[in-house]
Design a protein around this ligand. Structure first.
Ligand code: APR
Length: 237
């Protein structure tokens, strides 16, 4: 029977796939449909802000039409029932973890339902379309609001805090991520270096599969609830 004191769970687009949201690198994924260099870099936003706003407006509207799935709810249940500390570090920007009830969250790539003002730095919830004409609710200036999303070439959020969590955790779980984008793809190595157990829960073995001690493969809505149920069962023994 193993009970863990500090569990860090990294999630990627795969955990939201069965809610109906496209992943990035699977067949038919977002980066197969769109050119990330035109839509997900600071240079792209400077060059063509209207196109970038349109891309995120589409995604922000799309998230409103889907719901969390059994994998999201399983993580929220773990946080509620487990005796150890649970932290979800997500690469996802869709807000489905919070809607399923997860509270102890770090969004390392930002959030679709937030905007950031380039003039005053304010970050605010924003659920409607964004454009160059949108006015910052804090400083009242237009033309300076951008999606609160980390673009390629920008530094992910909360990295110092995440590093500390990885050094303290005794269980690191990676769910629904291809392990192809750093720094997230390197988290398993930090956790391993500091003695954590590591497990990958994914549809198929990811690029980083050999870095994990164990892996369970299949759809997140099946594999994640089963794995979490066993963690909770052992905790209650
Ligand atoms: N259940 C479990 N895993 C799934 C499912 C599913 N139903 N469907 C897909 N997957 C897995 C895929 O096998 C793949 O390994 O989810 C992973 C999705 O990988 P990516 O599309 O690369 O998404 P992600 O790893 O989150 O990308 C990381 O890259 O473009 C940036 O900012 C973007 O946060 C994103 C980052």
């Amino acid at each position: 029977m193993t009970v863990y004191r500090n569990v860090v769970i990294l999630t990627g687009a795969g955990i939201s796939a069965e809610s109906g949201l496209d992943t990035f690198r699977d067949k038919g994924g977002i980066w197969e449909k769109y050119d990330l260099m035109e839509l997900a870099t600071p240079e792209a936003f400077a060059q063509n802000p209207d196109l970038v706003h349109e891309f995120y407006n589409l995604r922000r509207a799309g998230v409103k039409k889907v719901d969390p799935n059994a994998a999201h709810y399983a993580l929220a249940r773990l946080e509620e029932k487990y005796s150890g500390e649970i932290t979800v570090v997500t690469q996802n920007v869709d807000g489905l973890h919070e809607r399923a009830g997860s509270k102890n969250m770090l969004h390392m790539h930002g959030e679709l339902n937030k905007v950031r003002c380039g003039a005053c730095g304010a970050v605010r919830f924003w659920s409607d379309d964004l454009s160059r004409a949108s006015v910052c609710p804090c400083c009242g200036q237009a033309k300076h609001l951008r999606p609160h999303i980390v673009w390629f070439g920008e530094v992910p959020f909360h990295m110092d805090e995440i590093d500390g969590l990885l050094q303290q955790c005794d269980l690191f779980i990676s769910i629904g991520t291809s392990g192809s984008v750093y720094p997230a793809a390197g988290f398993v190595q930090i956790a391993t270096e500091y003695g954590a157990e590591t497990v990958e829960l994914n549809l198929v073995p990811s690029d980083g599969k050999n870095l994990f001690a164990t892996g369970c493969y299949g759809r997140a809505t099946e594999v994640v609830p089963d794995y979490i149920a066993e963690l909770v069962r052992q905790d209650e023994m």
